[in-house]
Design a protein. Structure first.
Length: 321
């Protein structure tokens, strides 16, 4: 009996070392820009479902840190005046798309009979900035782990699809860099996938998409306050995305302090590598168990909302812009 237990323990250790070696190999490829962000995400999905994830307990913390670090780093590649111009252009569309998505999400949740808290988290994730919005809103409505996990699962699945689908559609419609960047920021949930898709499309698209998306992320604060009122949540802590302030500082330094021109390209390159690793780690959260736990109704709500905001954003940019 002891021998069998010892053998099983040894096999587990061997498997764990193999998992770690595979993860290290992919991160090595990311460090030297051998694989692109979409391929890194795809690798994450495939690897976690074949070999598993040896760093489950650290995965979410690593994603949060790397994403914020990467976004701040990308600020060193942005121009302040161009960013302000892009922000102004996307402002009205941002407001309209956020509140129309939240309203539609409420009705869809009731129609599909999705759990109220899960439905609100999916709506907020679609309307604002994906996983970051869900992480900020979940303590406000006091959602449990299952409700939060389902909402995150829906958002991460759709983000993964968006990373491949949006650049393809953009090229088929012959969208300009400016239009594609704005559309990404409006219609793709998570900042990581917005930046990944826009970076694949072009430098101008990346600048516009990042700026508009981060301006959109600031809506976490008023939406959190509104959510607290709707759910009658007292003494709820509202998470403020402070890293956006550091992004603005980096952008101002790049725009108005000539000395930063020497190191800015290196910082931006490191930030893009960080983003590629982030997408690999996000892919590594999408195992079969996560996909099964999502359920049909929450996924349908997420898909309907995603189609709505994508079509609304595209029509507005092409015909009302």
């Amino acid at each position: 009996m002891k021998t069998k237990e010892h053998t099983a323990s040894q096999l587990f250790e061997v498997n764990r070392y193999l998992q770690q070696a595979i993860f290290a190999a992919v991160i090595f490829l990311c460090l030297f820009s051998i694989i692109s962000p979409p391929i890194a995400l795809l690798f994450g999905v495939v690897i976690v479902n074949i070999f598993g994830n040896p760093f489950v307990e650290f995965n979410n913390k690593a994603i949060t840190f790397l994403l914020q670090f990467s976004v701040i780093g990308l600020g060193f590649g942005m121009n302040a005046s161009s960013a302000i111009s892009a922000g102004k252009e996307g402002f009205l569309l941002t407001i309209f798309s956020i509140f129309s998505t939240l309203i539609l999400g409420t009705f869809l949740g009731k129609w599909l009979k999705t759990d109220k808290k899960t439905s609100h988290l999916i709506s907020c994730g679609t309307a604002i900035c994906g996983g970051s919005a869900i992480a900020a809103i979940s303590p406000v409505i006091k959602s449990n782990e299952n409700e939060t996990s389902i909402a995150l699962g829906v958002i991460f699945i759709l983000n993964s699809i968006a990373l491949f689908v949006f650049p393809f559609i953009g090229h088929q419609l012959d969208l300009s860099q400016k239009d594609f960047g704005l559309w990404c920021a409006i219609a793709i949930h998570d900042t990581s996938s917005v930046v990944g898709a826009a970076n694949k499309y072009g430098a101008e698209a990346l600048q516009i998409a990042t700026t508009v998306k981060l301006a959109r992320a600031l809506w976490i604060i008023p939406i959190s306050i509104l959510t607290a009122a709707i759910f009658k949540s007292k003494n709820s802590k509202i998470k403020i995305p402070y890293f956006i302030g550091l992004f603005i500082v980096a952008m101002l330094l790049n725009s108005y302090v000539p000395a930063t021109a020497v190191i800015a390209p290196y910082i931006v390159n490191i930030a893009k590598i960080g983003l590629t690793i982030t997408l690999f780690l996000i892919g590594a959260t999408l195992n079969v168990k996560t996909l099964k736990s999502v359920g049909v109704k929450p996924l349908l709500q997420g898909v309907f909302l995603w189609i709505f905001i994508a079509v609304l954003g595209l029509v507005s940019i092409l015909y009302l812009g």
